[in-house]
Each structure stands twice: as structure tokens, then as C-alpha cells.
Design a protein around this ligand. Sequence first.
Ligand SMILES: *Cc1c(COP(=O)(O)O)cnc(C)c1O
Length: 432
Amino acid sequence: MQYFSTNHQSPKVDFKQATINGQAPDKGLYFPEQIPVLPKEIIENITSYSNEEIAFQVIKPYVGDAIPEVDLKRIVNETINFDIPLVKVTDAIYSLELYHGPTLAFKDIGARFMSRCLGYFVKNLSKKVTVLVATSGDTGGAVANGFYDVDGVDVVILYPSGKVSSVQEKQLTTLGKNIHALEVAGTFDDCQQMVKEVFTDEALNEKLFLTSANSINVARWLPQQFYYFFAYKQWAPKNNPPVIAVPSGNFGNICAGILAHVSGLPVKHFIAACNANNIVPNFMQTEKYEPKKAVATISNAMDVGNPSNFIRILEIFQHQFVNLKKVLSSCSISDQETKDTLQKVYQTERYLLDPHGAVGYLALQRYLQNNPVEKGIVLETAHPVKFYDVVEPVIGEVVPIPESVQQQLLLEKKSTKIAAEVDLLKGFLLSL
Ligand SMILES: *Cc1c(COP(=O)(O)O)cnc(C)c1O
């Protein structure tokens, strides 16, 4: 499989080069030259396949011969070695719990896959690789955990000071070893901007081998398709294709879902559920894409004012808005609505959502009100305990903290504070 850049100025590369580069040299995102179609037989008999077999079949065409089959199978098996259950909440709404991985967030899947691919590729490189990542919350922890102690790889994580939850902050600042946390006085967009600028600094890139672990990296983005198939496997025998609501920020997750759909996964409709950062909801109304400065919300992992991956969604539909509109809707949910939903679903269904899941839940509920024959799935992207500072006051109860998180909360935070200036980041990278 070859990947082209969405800016069309860089040469095509294979999966290995796309993973190592992260972003294309022309600042575009890599996109597969063809979208593979999965054998019908797998979809029709999905319940007779193991998750490992499904995931391998899904990813194999994208990896091509960049990784031998035995190694790819091992990487896939290690990536998905935890539960991804589809849980019934009401007769019409199911929750796909993506938070049973090591950092209690869906990003574990992409981060685990990418770290193992990169670990495989760097074995044959002479230089050390530095993975650079900007996080609005969950990416940092998942990437830190995925790459912890991987030989030949340093990880530098930028996060907006005071804008991630305390559990999230601990997850990315307490590991040490090859994991370095930079606490930036600014927003997530500032962090992302700094990372983007560093990647395009030629002098620096001659000295260092830099790559990204943000969802723009194909090795993080593509494996996110897996759990859409796992959801369907748990759904298939009973129902018509589901409506799927995805809490969205940088739009990597939902873009992977749409890709899975184009490859043959039956889905009735996708809903991109956003918080107050409503760039895509506005676009779906007006067809005008107008990035804005991110605003802070209680679903902070989705506080993104210029969602990087949206360009890939446009690419899937070859920039044909009419076709996109048939598959995707988008809406914006306020913090108050998020809290009300969290509270109500807990009270009436005894199901505890996290703020991101609550945004998705309400978006789905609204859609189903207008389409009462349909049923749907909300992707529950994080464990509610990661946001206990938001969740507990809303439900008036304490959320039990899993053992693994409890231990982490006791560890000492180790971060380097810096202003949102790219030169400071460059200095730090050169000092490693
Ligand atoms: C990152 C994240 C999102 C948004 O995912 P994107 O792929 O950036 O759209 C949603 N919920 C949680 C909990 C996240 O960590």
C-alpha cells in the first residue's frame, strides 16, 4: 500500500515510511492510495471470527509487506489484549466501552499499535527516534504508556497546563525513563502548533529523527477501525446496521470508523458529537470550514479548534459534500447538556458515562428521536473515573478508583514547564 499526502506535494511512501515520518514533508496528512474492501464473507460471518483475526484482516492491506505476517499478528494481538464490550444501556442505545485498556481510554489501541510498529521499524535504524506529541488529555497517557521503555525511542509530550484532568496529568508525568512531559502555558492548539512547527524545521530535523504520535500518524489512526468491527460482531445477529455516535475532537476516531464503513462495515449513519468546539457542526450546516481558537470544556480531550483529521474525512468522500452528508451528521453539545445527560442516564439507567461519552450519548439520543426506527451505539471513549472531578459533583457520588489509577495518583508529577514558544521546545529537544 502506498500513501499520498493530502497536500499532494510530497512523494508517495509505504506504511513504514508513513509511520516514521508521521506528517508528510509538505505538511499534509498521509492517506492510503486505495481503500481496501474486506471480503464479504468476513462481514457476513463475523461472529465466527476472533477479534485477532478480524483486526489482522482489516490492517493487513494497509501495512502491505512493511511488516512480515508473523510480526504483524503479534503486534495486533498485543494491541487488543483487553475487553471491548458492547453494553446495553436502553432498548435503542448501546455503549461500546473502549476504556478497558491500560490508561482507561480508547487511545490505548492506536498508541499500542503504533508503538509496536515503530519499535519494529527502529530496530534497523542507526539514529534514536524522538516521538513528539501534543495532547489535549488522553493522548499523552496512552502514548506514554504504549512507548514506555521501548528501546531507541524518546517520547516528548506537550500538554496545556491546567487544562487536563488530574488523573490524565499523572498518567503522562509519572512514568519517567524515556518519557518526558512538557507543561505548556497555553492551549492544546498552541501545543499542536509548536509540534507542527518543529516538524517543518529542516535544520532541526537533520540533527534529530523526529516523528509524531498524534492521531495524524497512520499507525495510530488506522487500527482505530478494529473496534468498529468488534462492535458490529456483538451487534450483528440482532439488528439492522447501527447508527454510531463518536465523541469527536481531532476527528481521528470517527474518520477511522468511516474508513471501516467504506471497507464494507455495515453502518446506518455516523454522528460526530462535539462539545462547544463546533467547527465541524458548523461546516456540516454551511459547508464553510472555519477553524477557531479552542475553548475549554468539561470534555477537554475534545477541545480542538482545528481538527487535523477532518481533511481525511473529506478525502474519503473525494471532497463531495453531498456524499459526505449522507453518511455524517454533526452536532454541538454544551457543558450543561453534558452534565444533565450524565446525571440523567446514571439516574434512570444506572449507567455511568464520562463527559465525552455523555456528549456522544445526547447526540445519538437526539438523532434517534428524529429517526425512531433506528438503534445506535455510542463510543464510550474514556472511563468516568478519569474525569472524577467533573463526574462526582454531577452524580453526587464517589466514583470508585481502580487499583491501577489509585497507585498512579500517589506518584510524584515530573514535568518541565515552558511558555508556548517553539524555540523553547527546540532547545529542549536538542538537550535530550
Ligand atoms: C481523544 C479523545 C476524544 C476525541 O477523539 P478524536 O479522535 O481526537 O476525535 C474523545 N474522547 C476522549 C476521552 C478522548 O481522549
